[in-house]
Design a protein around this ligand. Sequence first.
Ligand SMILES: [Zn+2]
Length: 390
Amino acid sequence: MLEDLAHIGRDPATGGYLRDAWSAADMELREWFWGEARRRGLDVREDRNGNLWAWWGDPSRRPGVVTGSHLDSVRQGGAFDGPLGVVSAFAALDLLRERGFEPSTPLGVACFTDEEGARFGVPCLGSRLLTGVLDPARALALTDDAGESLAEVLRRRGRTPEGLGVDPVTLAHVGSYVELHVEQGRGLVDLDAPVGVASAIWPHGRWRFDFHGQANHAGTTRLEDRDDPMLAYAAKVLAAREAAVRHGIVATFGKVRVSPNNANAVPGLVSAWLDARGAGEEAVRALVAELAEGADVREESWTPIVEFEPLLRDRIAEAAAQTPGSGAVPVLATGAGHDAGILAGAGVPSAMLFVRNPTGISHSPAEHAEADDCAAGVRALANVLEELCR
Ligand SMILES: [Zn+2]
């Protein structure tokens, strides 16, 4: 299945993926999901927020166990972040059927829309809308780099923007959620384990900084006459790094927009996005407050710490450990946000399985997972689902 997806949205120049939500690539990925679901005789549907659900059994009779992930990517992302979870969900379902397992609880495969927030700046858009933590009016007004709003994009794709927002009916189908994901750091590599279980997701957020100045000619404007916002931005980047070290967290300016963005002009405006995360909310908040002093800052998203339910986590670690080839299953916290975190925040018992990433690199074409480790992940996920759907 990963091979079937390999060409979709791939930048031939870099090998990285460009799978923005609702792009042509995303539409093709959605098509693929429908095909895989139908081929397995699952009941597939798209909810009001654009998330996809494929059901084995009827979740309106009894809430089901859902597994899945997302198919969109960051710009120039890797092949595994997201797709590995969706592919593993279908593969685990196949394995359960091979074993002759008949779930007494409905089993669902989910694909959440716009998990990365690459296009509109807010991550986990689909799960945030579904659970009501994001105001649909705010979501619909978000614009992409081309200036197109989410409302316009949805309408062009034949969707109904007015339908966006909290969806208690769909949410009630989700009795619990298990997301398998490629690990995005070196935790499992260092522990020499192919599969791990998440304990918590660090609190994290995104902030937009606008640095205002006066656009002017790069040749004729004397240095002392300049009002150059690039200097303020550069100082802020260095300050963020220094503060992150001091607070023991991570902080990143990874996106910047310069206006007018001419090589021969002093910029008039620099907009930059800060991403900050850490084990403790206080440290993250303190760093942002320091950097925000005297700056034009807007919080674009905030996700509090998510501690996965210990009971479900332990059950999952135990079921996963029954898998030949998976060995001991370590439990680790992660700095990466996921839809499982949003669902957990909304009261859905949720858990995550990680599959080792030998490069330790993610959100890059260098992201990787060995076939054997992926297979161990599928077997672990199948065991977990068997345990939960009994
Ligand atoms: Zn992901």
